[in-house]
Design a protein around this ligand. Sequence first.
Ligand SMILES: *[C@@H]1O[C@H](CO)[C@@H](O)[C@H](O)[C@H]1NC(C)=O
Ligand SMILES: *[C@@H]1O[C@H](CO)[C@@H](O)[C@H](O)[C@H]1NC(C)=O
Ligand SMILES: *[C@@H]1O[C@H](CO)[C@@H](O)[C@H](O)[C@H]1NC(C)=O
Length: 489
Amino acid sequence: MLSKLFISAVVLAVCVAERKFPPGFKFGAATASYQVEGAWNVSDKSPSIWDTFAHENPEKIIDGSSGDVACDSYHLWETDVALAKDLGLHFYRFSISWSRLLPNGLANVVSEDGSRYYNNLIDGLLENGIEPVITLFHWDLPQKLQDLGGWTNPEIAIWFEDYARTAFELYGDRVKTWLTFNEPIIICDAAYEKGTIAPGIASPGIGNFICVKNLMLAHARAYRIYDKEFRPKYNGKVGLTNNHVWYEPNTPDDEENTELARDLAAIYAHPIYSKSGGWPPSVEEFIAKKSKEEGYPRSRLPSFTQEEIEFIRGTYDYYGLNYYTSRKVSSGVPTGSSISWPSSGSPEIGIVFSSDPSWTAGYAWLVSYPPGLRKQMNWLVKQYGDIEIQILENGYSTPEPIMYDTSRVKYYEDHLEQVLLAIQEDGINITAYTAWSLLDNYEWTSGYTSRFGIVSVDFTDPMRKRTPRASAYYYATVIKNHSLDFPKH
Ligand SMILES: *[C@@H]1O[C@H](CO)[C@@H](O)[C@H](O)[C@H]1NC(C)=O
Ligand SMILES: *[C@@H]1O[C@H](CO)[C@@H](O)[C@H](O)[C@H]1NC(C)=O
Ligand SMILES: *[C@@H]1O[C@H](CO)[C@@H](O)[C@H](O)[C@H]1NC(C)=O
């Protein structure tokens, strides 16, 4: 009887504990400078590549819009802090606009207005008990640096180091979590593929690989100066965040190509996180062989020196993961006029992507497959060992600005459930989860037609009125309870 009672108690305790997050697990929400700040030409700020791209190519933006005003967070940041506080967020992830802080792109002039803006935001968050998490680069490169070749000029690693040092000097005393880069796969692969996003240069198979090499070196430089000059005083963490689409084979015959697709997406991770460093061997071999067949005297994927491999390897304090969606992989040649990442396939490998009919769609490319998140994290741990994973973006978009957003609530609940399974059943050390996004914002080439906010923004209102959606109330309850189980009405 006693033992039976005991077993029931244990079973009950397990059931109750089941959907609870570990103590210390942090919840946050994210935005990015160009997508929310507006104020594109105030004070001494110089244009970024996104200012230029949106102004000069309105036909490449679905609604012809720009981020000139966006959510006007440059002026309304106090409202954003108040929203973050109401939601009970533990942290708020935002990015610095490089050309707002350093109008020349280079570090000889620091903008007083720019540095004051981020100081105010950081202090405002801290006063409300919210930890600031800063992304140094969320795609808005100073146009002046693009004019010098941008990510294809090797000097950019040094320009980035100087920019990073400026930010660490200004804010490192109060900011303990830093990301060098948001989604390098977009900065390099998507940007250079068809020229359909800023800086608008099509150089598939060439530009993307030069970009990733320089970006890896830029990341490592920023990490190393933090390690040497700032960690002793501030003891923070530096990493970057990668966007992974989980790939599954369409048939057993597609298994090899699928693993190659996962490896190809990991050219932004392997040099930093793997024990051996450098490019993933399968990718290095594949591109070298293909380049030779295509008549190139050397591989299109530039090599690292041994010294560079050592310099980049191990430059992380956590693994940042952005996850939204999954794809099935089959052989074939991707077609379509828009960027093929992540929708249509990889011309490099010769594969096309599709989605399973059971995966429900929100906005176009964003089909929901929650187990993909857990599978991706297991893949990462298998590759790189028992690393700390911070989920730095996850979220759902709809074309309509609906307030009672049940599909988004379901997306969050289903994905958070997978996070719990990964922690409890797979033993993965996930320490943070981030909703993308706090606000509806300027969704790049989708303009204002793709709504990611748990808080809606009225873009026709000069005051950019913010109104929390059902998903905001849901997320706040999860955070408050630290659990997915709570009384439902
Ligand atoms: C800034 O840009 C806006 C358009 O978004 C324009 O109306 C305004 O005149 C510009 N201000 C300055 C100082 O150039
Ligand atoms: C997870 O990672 C954090 C940060 O590195 C560490 O402090 C913690 O002990 C780890 N937890 C587990 C369960 O390994
Ligand atoms: C969970 O949150 C709801 C809504 O805020 C609240 O009523 C309930 O008491 C919370 N439960 C726990 C266990 O904290």
